[in-house]
Design a protein around this ligand. Structure first.
Ligand SMILES: Nc1nc2c(c(=O)[nH]1)N[C@H]1C(S)=C(S)[C@@H](COP(=O)(O)OP(=O)(O)OC[C@H]3O[C@@H](n4cnc5c(=O)[nH]c(N)nc54)[C@H](O)[C@@H]3O)O[C@H]1N2
Ligand SMILES: Nc1nc2c(c(=O)[nH]1)N[C@H]1C(S)=C(S)[C@@H](COP(=O)(O)OP(=O)(O)OC[C@H]3O[C@@H](n4cnc5c(=O)[nH]c(N)nc54)[C@H](O)[C@@H]3O)O[C@H]1N2
Ligand code: SF4
Ligand SMILES: [Mo]
Length: 702
């Protein structure tokens, strides 16, 4: 019996905390996890950990986790071999594409893809061969407006300015709750400590949220806003900055700022107040405080991207940072200089080069908005989707109008899921190909180092041995690619292993062979606690990828959206709208099958202000029926003074009690899916991102 201490980054959320995992190897060679703790020596997370990381052992040991390829016939699943499975996929997808065209096969990639570097390097080795325009992902129920705005303004969708949280003196957060989410598009382990440090050095934290969230609870100021109307608040803010002469000249080359000034001249704080529900005096004061601070940063996340004016919001946020001189400045918003630099090595992207067949929604970077997925399956005609490949995703619980998507999945001719659970989505698959569990493969963060509040890098070896016959995600894609190419009679370019790709990325990157750091995979292997490459530094000027090599402050598409904004009706009197919510013990839809995370107080309820409950004769804990345009659910209501009156909040990712789901603990949990209420027609019109927040609903006793 030997004990080993491993160091490993947690991949479950964007905070990428360093963990210390102790394992024991028994005489028969089998391994077990003895403990999972925060790694105090980790250069970035300094020992921080949350309850989800401890559940990594539950993922490992879960008897419901699928461990070999499974084929479904009717309601029953049989294990089959890998080669047989690969051949079946090649055969079925080739036949469907031969009969109905390339676009008859669709792809959906879910969130864990970006936390798994083998999926990042190799999923396209197979999926690219399908040459379909029907590609979808979780991006369009999440951060698409961030990418589109950066693409339009800075020339690359990944040039995302990150809040310099450790050095700022004023942080304005809209629609983010990092105390629950641990931060997003702001990789920031131990965010609570860092926000408290901001306050301790005399800085100020302001949170704008229709719910007094956990983060709002530690802020100096919390401002309620009508869901979906942050653009009004941001316009009032920007207008005040211009009107009161609170702007500063930026060191960056900028085109179109005068045009912005003219375009927003009519949107004064006074004119915007009623729409967003924030007093004009508060908007003006926020602008003055922001401009007066030694350094300041405006940061918006989920709450402001998954709403009807998501792109407008993210544009305005960039502008507010820019005109106050805080863009590309310490203490403001800065882009990272990542060790593996995806911005330098990829093109900026493309937008609206083609559109979805039924609703004409624009592609971004080769993906269509997922709100269109079901209609593309259900609407007959040339180009109709007849087969689907899902990778690390659960769109039935994650995308708007999940019930409609279920009906669509039921009608497919073939479906493949690369996933290790039979859940609400994958139960419709004809074939499930399960990868190794997270701790059975190595780890490098290709994505979240790019979004981190410091420049950091880290490579980790597998913690546990790979079981005999198991394949990593990337190996599954190599197997699929080979079988598909063989079936098509096409030649497949040889590929390198993910590790070799990272080694090359490191060596050709900013800290590589040409630098004093000489980073390589071998160098990272010697530093399992990670390497700190210093604070974020101004670099945007040299990283811009626009044709003009200047920031485009007034992209036509976004300026034009102001007219759509101005034309909307004011919120109806007495209207009730739904927003989402996250909890630190939950992770989207897929971590409810572990007892240690679901025990204790229930967390699935609909939060409602007592005043709104009284008006409907509802009492705390009662079962209610929530109805939207697309559907209805039943759930328990919980009274909460933290809600803005007129707003109810429900976390997404629940509602596992559906037939055929093979996740014993999750299925026994109460709760319903928020996405049985969200509306596939409610979108940010510019990007096609789903507007999951601000959904009109009616609530009554069940
Ligand atoms: N109403 C509402 N809806 C939302 C949101 C909201 O706030 N409100 N949030 C949205 C956001 S931000 C996101 S990102 C999406 C998430 O949406 P999805 O990505 O579609 O859903 P997840 O719940 O992350 O499901 C992840 C799936 O990946 C599998 N998986 C986990 N790890 C791996 C792995 O390493 N390899 C493979 N192959 N599979 C793996 C899990 O078993 C699970 O089936 O949901 C969105 N939906
Ligand atoms: N514990 C946990 N951590 C997670 C996840 C998880 O599911 N659980 N998911 C991960 C993923 S995929 C993501 S993308 C990130 C998301 O990370 P965050 O963006 O921090 O997401 P949320 O915690 O949902 O916070 C969104 C906030 O927006 C508010 N909000 C809703 N509508 C509006 C609105 O119209 N205007 C404004 N101003 N606010 C609004 C909500 O009340 C909520 O407090 O979290 C990641 N981390
Ligand atoms: S906050 Fe929790 S889930 Fe997120 S990386 Fe850290 S330990 Fe993992
Ligand atoms: Mo997300």
């Amino acid at each position: 019996m030997t004990k080993t201490l491993h160091h490993r980054a947690c991949h479950l959320c964007e905070a990428i905390c360093g963990l210390s995992i102790e394992t024991e190897t028994l005489a028969d060679g089998s391994q077990q996890i003895l403990s999972i703790k925060g790694d105090a020596q980790d250069s970035f997370s300094r020992g921080h950990i949350c309850p989800k990381a401890v559940a990594l052992q539950d993922i490992q040991n879960d008897p419901d986790r699928v461990r070999q390829p499974m084929r479904r016939t009717g309601d029953s699943w049989q294990a089959i071999g890998w080669d047989e499975a690969f051949a079946l996929v090649a055969e079925r997808l080739s036949a469907i594409q031969a009969a109905h065209g390339k676009n008859a096969v669709a792809i959906y990639q879910g969130n864990p893809s970006v936390h798994n570097y083998g999926l990042m390097t190799h999923s396209n080795y197979f999926l690219g061969q399908l040459k379909t325009r029907n590609r979808f992902s979780a991006t369009s129920v999440d951060q698409l407006p961030h990418h589109l705005t950066s693409y339009l303004m800075y020339g690359h969708g990944l040039l995302l300015p990150i809040p310099d949280i450790d050095h700022t003196q004023f942080m304005l957060i809209l629609g983010g709750n990092p105390l629950a989410s641990n931060g997003s598009i702001m990789t920031v382990p131990d965010v609570e400590k860092r926000l408290k440090a901001l306050k301790a050095r005399g800085g100020k934290l302001v949170v704008v949220d229709p719910r007094r969230s956990e983060t709002a609870g530690i802020a100096d100021q919390h401002v309620f806003v009508r869901p979906g109307n942050d653009a009004a608040l941001l316009l009032g803010l920007l207008n005040t900055l211009f009107e009161e002469g609170l702007t500063r000249v930026s060191h960056l080359p900028i085109n179109g700022l005068d045009q912005v000034r003219t375009a927003i001249a009519a949107f004064s704080a006074e004119a915007m107040s009623e729409r967003c529900g924030v007093p004009a005096a508060t908007i003006r004061q926020l602008a003055r405080d922001f401009a007066a601070a030694e350094s300041a940063v405006c940061y918006g996340r989920m709450g402001v991207s998954t709403q009807a004016f998501g792109s407008l919001c993210h544009w305005l946020i960039q502008l507010i940072n820019m005109v106050t001189g805080n863009l590309d400045q310490p203490g403001g918003a800065l882009c990272t200089t990542p060790a593996v630099d995806l911005v330098a090595t990829t093109s900026g992207g493309h937008f609206n080069v083609w559109q979805s067949r039924v609703s004409g929604l624009p592609e971004y970077g080769g993906e269509l908005p997922v709100a269109a997925l079901a209609e593309e399956m259900l609407t007959p005609g040339e180009g109709q989707i007849r087969a689907l490949v899902t990778v690390a995703g659960n769109p039935v619980l994650s995308t708007p109008n999940g019930r409609q998507l279920e009906r669509a999945l039921d009608g497919l001719e073939f479906m493949l899921s690369v996933d290790f659970y039979i859940n609400e989505t994958t139960r419709y698959a004809d074939l499930i190909l399960p990868p190794t569990a997270p701790l059975e493969h190595d780890h490098y963060d290709t994505t979240f180092n790019v979004f981190a509040v410091r420049n950091v890098t880290r490579f980790n070896e597998p913690v546990l041995a790979k079981p005999a016959g198991a394949l990593d995600d990337w190996e599954i894609f190599v197997g699929l690619a080979q079988a598909f190419a063989a079936k098509q009679g096409t030649e497949l370019k040889p590929t390198k292993a993910p590790q070799q790709m990272i080694d090359m990325g490191l060596r050709f990157g900013p800290y590589g062979d040409q630098s004093e750091y000489k980073l390589s995979l071998a160098a990272l292997r010697e530093q399992p606690h990670g390497i700190d490459l210093g604070p974020l530094r101004p670099n945007l000027g040299e990283r811009l990828k626009t044709a003009s090599k200047a920031i485009e402050a007034a992209p036509e598409l976004l300026v034009a959206d102001l007219a759509r904004f101005a034309a909307q009706a004011l919120p109806a009197e007495g209207e009730l709208v739904l927003i989402g919510r996250r909890h630190v013990r939950s992770n989207n839809s897929w971590m409810h099958n572990y007892h240690r995370l679901v025990k204790g107080k229930p967390r699935h309820q609909l939060f409602m202000h007592p005043q709104d409950m009284a008006g409907r004769g509802l009492s705390d804990g009662q079962r209610v029926r929530v109805q939207s345009r697309v559907g209805a659910i039943e759930v328990e209501v919980a009274a909460s003074e933290d809600m803005m009156p007129g707003v109810v909040s429900l976390p997404h990712g629940w509602g596992h009690a559906r037939p055929g789901v093979q996740m014993g603990i999750a299925s026994a949990q109460p709760g319903a899916s928020a996405n049985d209420l969200t509306d596939e027609r409610q979108l940010d019109a510019v990007s096609g991102n789903a507007a999951l927040n601000g959904v009109p609903v009616q609530v009554e006793a069940a």
